[in-house]
Design a protein around this ligand. Sequence first.
Ligand SMILES: [Zn+2]
Ligand SMILES: [Zn+2]
Length: 205
Amino acid sequence: MIELPNYYACTGCGETFNFTSRSAYYCFDVEAVSPGTKLSGSKIFAIPVRPAWCKDCSSVCLVENLLPVRSFEDAYGMTKAGKEIEYPFASDHLSAPEAEEIARAYLQWRMRRSHRPRALCCGRVNYQFLDVEQPLLKHEECDFGVVEPRYTFSSYNGPGPGVYSPANLRLYNGEGELIGLLTWRQRGSDVWEVAATEYPATDVE
Ligand SMILES: [Zn+2]
Ligand SMILES: [Zn+2]
């Protein structure tokens, strides 16, 4: 798994750039969300992501980290052999049969997936990865600085997202199209209420 920085900052002017969201999820077998849709945790799969700069949104964003099918086959093979994997998901907290089932779901999806990796802010592909050596990202109207990652320590203790306030975790279909937001769940439950949403409309394509 790629550890995301807490935020990015410009070495020149100090302007900071935050992720609008730090996590994203697939539902592989739902194309669209209708009113009243509920999804259990077993239908929701964390999207492997890389940090990037979206040139269309002018913001730090997540981009799908889609390795070749071969990587998913390898991961599935590893889970079948009872070994831990880190991609496309971290299996360390799962039992071997659970990990194998999830790895199979990712593999089946990856074999069907056709669209190239999308920026999950807008669904488009005009981005630059930030998790590379010296991304040398310069932002508008700033001649002297480059945008660098910043890491800060933080911890969270509580019932998890979606219990006391809507989590609004973004949910995507298998082609990386935004279809909904995971909003609420009961304390201790992994069944989410889902609100329909989609990418903001753009007039450029
Ligand atoms: Zn700057
Ligand atoms: Zn974007």
